[in-house]
Design a protein around this ligand. Structure first.
Ligand SMILES: Nc1ncnc2c1ncn2[C@@H]1O[C@H](COP(=O)(O)OP(=O)(O)OP(=O)(O)O)[C@@H](O)[C@H]1O
Ligand SMILES: [Mg+2]
Length: 259
């Protein structure tokens, strides 16, 4: 298996939030879905080596998930919250994404890769703008570019569609899909939109209450039962024109909603 996650446990201040998350996958494009507070961000932080945890993660047979691991360069991580110094320009911030490659100063090659990402993500018009002058969606595209220029083999993205309009969401998925076809990139994305997840992913992992509820192809995962069990919503699942599942949600099954 390309990606193996075995018995991951982690928590905050002594309170465990992941209770032995285990799954493995050979898919190129993996979506992680699940309700708020299910532990999705915590899981991706553990895989990215950003959070102390029990259990093991391996990618292509190499142990990952530890910050000090030699394999850390294989993994690119885009967090749910942005963490950029506000005084930089967009170009500088994206160049920073290549920090693991840069020796004394950025090479022509580094700059070419940054230019390419800027172009692919249509960021040319704002390349000289300061980070603190960006809209939420522009900032999101910059974060995506930062993760891509690292040229990781495994790309972990925490809600990359946040703040993006529909066209930008599709553009982002397309860039990642092309990279997976051309370079063999494996991408794991946390997504809330189940219809987008079905469209993007070869495989979906459903996380609920710090455990894996199910894993499988979009058609196997997106069922009325899963929507009831995991999200507590009443919904129909129909097939779209490509035969992919499409969720139509009608309402919450919990009186007064969940907390
Ligand atoms: N820094 C933190 N300190 C304390 N508790 C935390 C911290 N980060 C997350 N938690 C808790 O851990 C649990 C899982 O949070 P996590 O961020 O992994 O969920 P998530 O599935 O990514 O949710 P969302 O969809 O809202 O982003 C939640 O109960 C949350 O309150
Ligand atoms: Mg999260």
């Amino acid at each position: 298996m390309t990606l193996k996650v075995e018995g991951i446990t982690c928590g905050y201040g002594g309170k465990e939030v992941l209770h032995g998350v285990t799954f493995s996958s050979d898919a190129k494009l993996i979506a992680v879905v699940g309700p708020n507070a299910a532990g999705k961000s915590s899981l991706i932080k553990c895989i990215a080596g950003q959070m102390h945890h029990g259990g093991h993660v391996s990618f292509k047979g190499t142990e990952i998930g530890r910050q000090e691991a030699v394999s850390a360069d294989m993994v690119g991580y885009m967090p749910q919250q942005h963490m950029n110094p506000v005084s930089m320009t967009v170009y500088e911030a994206i160049l920073l994404g290549r920090l693991n490659h840069i020796r004394w100063s950025p090479s022509q090659h580094d700059r070419r890769i940054v230019d390419h990402a800027i172009h692919e993500l249509s960021l040319d018009p704002i390349a000289d703008k300061r980070i603190n002058e960006l809209s939420g969606g522009q900032m999101q595209m910059v974060s995506i570019a930062q993760a891509l220029v690292k040229e990781p083999e495994l790309l972990l993205m925490d809600e990359p569609t946040n703040n993006l309009d529909l066209q930008k969401q599709l553009e982002m998925f397309e860039v990642v899909r092309i990279l997976s076809e051309q370079r063999g990139l494996v991408a794991m994305m946390i997504l809330h939109d189940l219809n987008m997840a079905s469209r993007f992913a070869d495989e979906i992992v459903v996380l609920s209450g710090g455990e894996v509820y199910a894993q499988g192809k979009p058609g196997e995962i997106t069922t009325q039962k899963m929507l009831r069990d995991v999200y507590h919503v009443e919904a129909d699942v129909v097939e779209d024109r490509d035969g992919l599942p499409h969720v139509i949600a009608y309402g919450s099954l919990d009186e007064g909603g969940r907390t």
